[in-house]
Design a protein around this ligand. Structure first.
Ligand code: 13P
Length: 250
């Protein structure tokens, strides 16, 4: 079956020194963990130090964003081959904070997913509805649109490299986790779309992570659902003990 992915998105927290201190504390806590893909997504300046400290361990590294070009005159941007060279194996794409504050769209997310796959990295495509959208009964419409658009033009043969993260915006950083039932309902819906796009076999192999106020206290309940294949963790991934407890959910 699907190997769970537990990824920590540090957002704009931790200097390179703080990142290194985290990794040194964290690695021994999770050294014995098998059967879980553990991922840390530090800010760009910490990618190399985290990747070199984690090299040869059971912990992988992700960037939090990339540009869709390989190189070019794009001041302030970082390309997929650059993050790969720094040691990343995954790239978070289309996070709601990118969509909300940095004008990311379904189209830019799609271009980035393609660029990330072309560079040999694993995209973690984020999507999710806002509170207003949920209250207006548009959860499935929004999440479905974001998934289809983000994966447009990606063939079934690439499916096993793709990770999807459902992060309802109202649950991010609010302490208000979606209930396991709410999350499972959307995850099953998203997997149904993947089946339409890629067929049952390919869709069954795709990891769909939940994100939004995941903590050591709620991870087990979330993970007990058939279509929840891991978590994308923000705040609780900043402390080595808390994140290790999430990684060790079972
Ligand atoms: P929190 O876990 O802090 O709610 O953040 C979730 C998130 O945005 C992970 O990408």
């Amino acid at each position: 079956m699907r190997t769970p992915v537990i990824a920590g998105n540090w957002k704009m927290y931790k200097t390179a020194g703080e990142s290194a201190a985290f990794v040194k504390e964290f690695l021994p806590l999770v050294a014995g963990v098998r059967g879980v893909e553990i991922v840390l997504a530090p800010p760009f300046p910490s990618l190399s130090v985290v990747a070199s400290l984690a090299s040869g361990t059971n912990v992988g590294v992700a960037s939090q964003n990339v540009h869709f070009a390989t190189e070019g005159a794009y001041t302030g941007e970082v390309s997929p081959p650059m993050v790969k060279d720094a040691g990343a194996r995954y790239a978070i794409i289309g996070h709601s904070e990118r969509r909300q504050y940095f004008a990311e769209t379904d189209d830019s997310a799609n271009r980035k997913v393609k660029a990330v796959l072309a560079a040999g990295l694993v995209p973690i495509l984020c999507l999710g509805e806002t509170l207003l959208e949920r209250e207006a009964g548009k959860t499935f419409e929004i999440a479905g649109r974001q998934l289809r658009a983000g994966l447009q033009g990606i063939a079934a043969a690439e499916s096993r490299k793709v990770v999807v993260a459902y992060e309802p915006v109202w649950a991010i950083g609010t302490g208000k986790t979606a209930t396991p039932e709410q999350a499972q309902e959307v995850h099953a819906f998203l997997r149904g779309i993947l089946k339409e796009l890629w067929g049952v076999g390919a869709a069954d192999g795709v990891r769909i992570l939940y994100g939004g106020s995941v903590k050591p206290e709620n991870i087990s309940d979330l993970m007990s659902n058939a279509d929840i294949d891991g978590a994308l963790v923000g705040g609780a991934s900043l402390k080595a003990n808390a994140f290790a407890a999430i990684v060790k959910f079972n």
